[in-house]
Design a protein around this ligand. Structure first.
Ligand code: BDR
Ligand code: CA
Length: 316
């Protein structure tokens, strides 16, 4: 059977890196490009990280540099989580490969024509996609499914009290995207918190043979230490959960559809994703929000991406 084309917009990022390895490892999908944005760290780093990760994974996927800044207002990166270079400051070997000359937003539009029905997975701030939508408002008609990692659907954020990082980094872009797509799937931060993986299991998987686990072990070391210190016994793979829901939607155990709006002003809640739980707004219910995902399936996708042999991981 033909593999489903998938385009990934990303800001790697330790978290993104694992999700990208999941996509590269999927036998049912063909990654047709990585469009890269600033977010976790600056664009020069996120592009370089994407290129290096492709080399480590042994995949020949074009990398398109996109927006270096949010659409309107400057935002703070997450170097305190991912390291100054976004990949744990390990001083890894610079990539030999070069990025494409085409801008990420233009590549999105072009690839949507080349692969109508494309699966689009967004793992970072939505700046590139918002720009692509302004260039070509007909874009959603050629996207088979949009999956976004972002938001905090009851206002329990991770970057501010009420906002999640990807949306808070560029709320105007998120507004453009969520108003343009008639339907999209959302994997929010609060879902991520319900799907933690014990650090002990992650550490065992990182001993898998081969370059992917070794590389990921090195680049994630500081983030794992930070995470254990700040969030306790479990690792939270936000982009990984979104990628699981994107690649294997049958692993989802529940979704709910609601209208959603992004707070772009606000003194306390800029970047918050305001969900119309009670159906009061009369606005269309475009967001399909992930409620749960099969833990065994999630673990298998995560472990497999690192090269852990199938069946060798004890069940959750
Ligand atoms: C999101 O923010 C980033 O730090 C991660 O890569 C993920 O996409 C989680 O809020
Ligand atoms: Ca990300």
């Amino acid at each position: 059977m033909a593999r489903l084309p998938v385009l990934i917009d990303t800001d790697p990022g330790v978290d993104d890196a694992w999700a990208l390895l999941m996509a590269f490892a999927s036998p049912d999908h063909e990654v047709v490009g990585l469009t890269v944005t600033a977010g976790n760290v600056g664009l020069a780093h996120t592009v370089r990280n994407a290129l290096r990760l492709c080399e480590v994974a042994g995949v020949d996927v074009p990398v398109f540099p996109g927006c270096a800044d949010p659409l309107v207002f400057p935002a703070e990166d997450a170097a305190y989580v991912h390291g100054r270079d976004g990949f744990g400051d390990t001083g890894y070997l610079p990539p030999a490969r070069k990025p494409e000359a085409e801008h990420a937003a233009l590549a999105m539009v072009r690839l949507s024509h080349a692969h109508p029905g494309l699966l689009l997975v967004c793992l970072g701030p939505l700046t590139n996609l918002a720009l692509a939508l302004r260039l070509d408002p007909t874009l959603p008609a050629r996207i088979g499914r949009l999956v976004v990692m972002g938001g905090a659907v009851t206002g329990q954020g991770n970057t501010s009290v009420s906002a999640e990082f990807n949306i808070a980094f560029d709320p105007e872009a998120a507004h453009v995207v969520f108003e343009a797509f008639p339907a999209y799937d959302l994997v929010d931060w609060e879902a991520v918190l319900r799907h933690g993986i014990p650090h002990a299991d992650v550490e065992r998987w990182l001993e898998a043979p081969g370059p992917k686990a070794a590389f990921y072990k090195a680049i994630s070391r500081r983030t794992r230490e930070w995470s254990e210190d700040r969030r306790g016994t479990h690792w939270h793979s936000a982009d990984g959960l979104a990628m699981a829901a994107a690649l294997a939607p049958d692993g989802a155990t529940g979704w709910v559809r609601h209208a959603l709006a992004v707070e772009t002003g606000g003194r306390l809640a800029r970047g918050a994703t305001v969900v119309d739980w009670g159906g009061r707004s009369g606005r269309p219910a475009r967001a399909r929000i992930l409620l749960g995902y099969d833990p065994g399936r999630f673990r298998a996708l995560l472990a497999g991406a690192l090269g852990v042999p199938t069946g060798s991981d004890p069940p959750a």
